[in-house]
Design a protein around this ligand. Sequence first.
Ligand SMILES: Cc1cc2nc3c(=O)[nH]c(=O)nc-3n(C[C@H](O)[C@H](O)[C@H](O)COP(=O)(O)OP(=O)(O)OC[C@H]3O[C@@H](n4cnc5c(N)ncnc54)[C@H](O)[C@@H]3O)c2cc1C
Ligand code: SF4
Length: 457
Amino acid sequence: MGKLTQPGETMPDATPLTPGITSGRLSAETLSQNFDDLHPAYAPHEAAVAADRCYFCHDAPCITACPTDIDIPLFLRQIQTGTPEAAAKTILSQNILGGMCARVCPTETLCEEACVREAAEGKPVEIGRLQRFATDTLMRAGKHPFTRAKSTGKSVAVVGAGPSGLSCAHRLAMHGHDVVLFDARAKAGGLNEFGIAAYKSTDGFAAQEVDWLLKIGGITVETGQRLGQELSLDELQNEYDAVFIGIGLSGVNSLRAAGEEREGVSDAVSFIADLRQASDLSGLPVGRDVVVIGGGMTAVDAAVQSKLLGAQNVTIVYRRGQDQMGASRFEQDLATSKGVRIVANAQPVAIHGNGAVAEAEFEYTTTKDGTLKGTGETFRIKADQLFKAIGQTLEGAPEALKLDGRKIAVTGAGRTSVKGIWAGGDCASGGDDLTVTAVAEGRDAAEDIHSTLMGGK
Ligand SMILES: Cc1cc2nc3c(=O)[nH]c(=O)nc-3n(C[C@H](O)[C@H](O)[C@H](O)COP(=O)(O)OP(=O)(O)OC[C@H]3O[C@@H](n4cnc5c(N)ncnc54)[C@H](O)[C@@H]3O)c2cc1C
Ligand code: SF4
């Protein structure tokens, strides 16, 4: 196997064909082209033409399909009439992370799938790109469109500065509460900063959006504060009038295949976090023959980004049929268009190699009476790097809170089993592990906290 380089170290003369895990497979120029914006921004005249395709439907199905219930026909009309900042305010009043959601939402399975022009012509109004046009226009102008209500004298601890925590903190601050936003990591943003594919959130947008959101005032961010270590739930309950928990899913599932500990086998989520934080992508090592196990967005993102970093062969292996993959058809097509191979109906059996991974062995699967079973027939794929992307798990939830399956049990707008404590986003029961849903849940919990603190409930 080839040389393992340290992040930041570039191997001279490496190419996509160099064996092993190495950095510097592609030139800086090619890398910058590869990781360019997935959906380039609209120019103002293009946006006006695109918005003009909207029929401004009564009872618009696109609104129902949006987890944050944005008034889509209203903001499209505002763009069409040349008032993109008003359009942005329409979006942000429902979804304060409307800028990020415009970049990362699987619109093809949400608003754009529901758009009547999709049903009629197979070409929906490009709601996501238009949302981005509006929010980018307002953010570029450095404006924050909301102001805080008079101070209520109440304080709320929000734990986790990902989409759910940020959205909850902003809405609480708007209502006049003082918020302390704690996060275990050194930087706020959650998976917007550490998880979303680099070509969806370019030019440091996640950090810019956090800075912009904090302009509401009344939110203090405390990083390096982990619930269960530096923070305890008891202390937070004593010190604050309410607590919101939005800690996401920071654990990862294991493969339970022999040889999982071999060098070159790692979590897709950690690889993606390193990629998102790398100041120079040519210093990031990647294998020549990369295998990714899983079928969700994380698997697709790890595979596509490995390819874009210069891996020669990248294969996603998923245990069920391709139509059951968690990643949308758009994401799957993106992967195959970049040269990623998708092998469906195969489950990992063993990781082979002498110290480091050299091959991954799989067994074909079939589904009988609703149960997935191995057929007994196996095959091997060459691999010098293997990423596990078979789901994230809840870690660090306080013991006092009841669980529902593997998530924190909540009812209504995020109420947990303990009075005064709310939860939302990926860590809480009932969601669908999307950025936009986390934003909606954080916002709704904030409204419920507000009315509870003000004596309404
Ligand atoms: C690789 C990847 C790609 C994705 N791509 C997309 C996409 O393209 N589109 C999409 O809609 N969704 C995508 N998702 C899903 C989306 O990122 C999540 O649904 C969303 O980030 C959930 O928000 P959250 O606030 O619940 O949690 P997170 O974003 O996970 O944020 C949780 C925060 O809590 C902090 N934290 C964790 N434990 C503690 C603790 N004990 N104490 C204090 N702080 C703690 C973490 O540091 C983090 O900042 C992706 C997910 C992954 C993993
Ligand atoms: S469904 Fe499509 S055409 Fe109708 S209001 Fe929504 S975006 Fe416009």
